[in-house]
Design a protein around this ligand. Structure first.
Ligand code: SDX
Length: 428
């Protein structure tokens, strides 16, 4: 028997069907609400509104649960490789060894980008933020692969577009960095793993896998896995809504990169380090900044704190905090900013303002400390987030396309002027 909710409105009772997910979450299906009642709903920021039904990622904000296709983030971060997790997110199952080998091989063979991308890159001034460069370069892939413009092509052709996106993003990301540094670009080396290849193209690191310390590539792999998907967050929703107009995967991912850039979303990892540096420069007085964050007349927010879904802890932050300690110990780095971060966390977590609002460190609070220890510049932190999130964006886009979801087009409540007559300019 279908469970229902009742809406009492204008002297009538309307029955609205309830939908229950595989983790027993319940939703009211309002697909017929306007047709049956003339009503729409209003929910700024979509805090209570589901945009889709998805089988990719499950979050439980109260219990701090995060699973990709049913596998816990703790298991995957510890035991899987990033491309293994990318395969899982995109195709729905963990790959067999032969499937993974083929997936890695295909990605390796497509890591080069067209030489003409360099002339696009040269058009950017060195002070261009790498996220803006990356979003543009990803969108430019439609020029080099015009067949990708049609997302309704065969399964094989769409999969080719998916493989190229995963293969070329590290190259484009590293080239965005080289543009920033006004250094010559580095080309991918097929003998290197995905993560080691990226570090090679960024820093021209030694060309053999073994010289790129396992701690460094394992730490980056873990970070990429932890960022790989997060259900209907701002940038994933952007990718889905852009893709719902039948725009190409590259155009949809380019839009996702733009959405991720914002400091309230993926841009927070850069903003956290800038905030911690500011506190350090100001004598390390964390209490002063905790008070500023609580002051409604002060626009200052504790970056890396708070989350729309997680209200007790962000399971990714727990893993990243430990990884930060491990990487800094392994590399023999004593970063005073890490000490400030831990002190800030301790003060905030014992403060009623934060506890009462469920404000805890999120994925962005500690990740920048690891990126910094690995020599990655601050304005490349969100590019690292994009590298990790790409498989999630692809999985969300693919699911939306395969489910033939309609174009996303929300309604509104109009609050502007009622009808009025035009007055000619000489009578105003
Ligand atoms: C990511 O959605 C995802 O899954 C995102 C993400 C992913 O993997 O895709 O997890 C990645 O984007 C993580 C979040 C990174 N952003 C930041 O760290 C920026 C700082 N945090 C925020 O601005 C904020 O917490 C958000 C944006 C993360 C969440 O904002 P919400 O859910 O809209 O909450 P809100 O702004 O309505 O805040 C609720 C209350 C308010 O106070 P009151 O009006 O109740 O008095 O909490 C306060 C806010 O003022 N508050 C903060 C705060 N975050 C919220 N106060 C001080 N410092 C903060 N960081």
């Amino acid at each position: 028997m279908t469970k229902k909710a009742e809406l009492h409105y204008n002297g009538k009772i309307y029955e609205l069907p309830l939908i229950t997910g595989t983790e027993n979450e319940n939703a009211i299906d309002i697909s017929r609400l306007r047709a049956d009642t003339g009503l729409i709903t209003l929910d700024k920021g979509f805090k209570n509104t589901g945009s889709t039904q998805s089988a990719i990622t499950f979050l439980n904000g109260e219990e701090g649960i995060l699973r990709y296709r049913g596998y816990s983030i703790e298991d995957l971060a510890e035991k899987a490789s990033f491309l293994e997790v990318a395969f899982l997110l995109i195709y729905g199952e963990l790959p067999t060894k032969s499937e993974l080998d083929l997936f890695v091989e295909e990605i390796t063979q497509h890591s080069l980008v067209h030489e003409d991308v360099k002339s696009i890159l040269d058009g950017f001034p060195s002070k261009a933020h790498p996220m803006g460069v990356l979003s543009s370069l990803v969108s430019s892939l439609t020029a080099f692969y015009p067949k990708s413009l049609d997302p309704n092509r065969s399964k094989e052709e769409v999969n080719g577009t998916i493989i190229r996106a995963i293969a070329k993003l590290p190259t484009l990301a590293a080239w965005s960095y080289k543009n920033r540094m006004r250094q010559p670009i580095m080309y991918p080396k097929n003998e290197l793993s995905y993560t080691a290849n990226f570090m090679h193209m960024m820093f021209g690191l030694p060309t053999t896998e073994k010289k790129i310390s396992t701690v460094v590539s394992k730490a980056i792999d873990k970070l990429l896995i932890l960022h790989a998907d997060h259900e209907q967050n701002c940038s994933a929703s952007t990718v889905r809504i852009v893709g719902s107009s039948h725009a190409s995967l590259y155009a949809s991912v380019s839009a996702g990169i733009a959405a991720l850039w914002g400091p309230l979303h993926g841009g927070a990892n850069q903003a956290v380090i800038e905030m911690l540096e500011k506190i350090k420069a100001d004598g390390g007085n964390v209490d002063k900044y905790v008070d500023k964050a609580k002051d409604k007349n002060d626009t200052f927010r504790l970056m890396g704190f708070g989350h729309r879904v997680y209200k007790n802890f962000d399971p990714r932050a727990t893993i990243i905090k430990k990884a930060a300690d491990d990487v800094l110990n392994e590399l023999g780095i004593n970063d005073p900013v890490l000490d400030i971060a831990k002190k800030l966390e301790k003060v905030a977590l014992n403060d009623d303002y934060f506890k009462s609002r469920g404000l805890y460190p999120n994925v962005d609070f500690y990740s920048g400390i690891i990126y910094r220890a690995l020599g990655i510049p601050t304005d490349m932190f969100t590019v690292m987030f994009a590298l990790g999130r790409l498989p999630g964006w692809i999985a969300q886009w693919k699911e939306m396309r395969e489910n033939k979801e309609p174009i996303g087009r929300p309604r509104q409540v109009y609050t502007g002027s009622n009808e009025r007559k035009y007055i000619s300019i000489n009578r105003r």
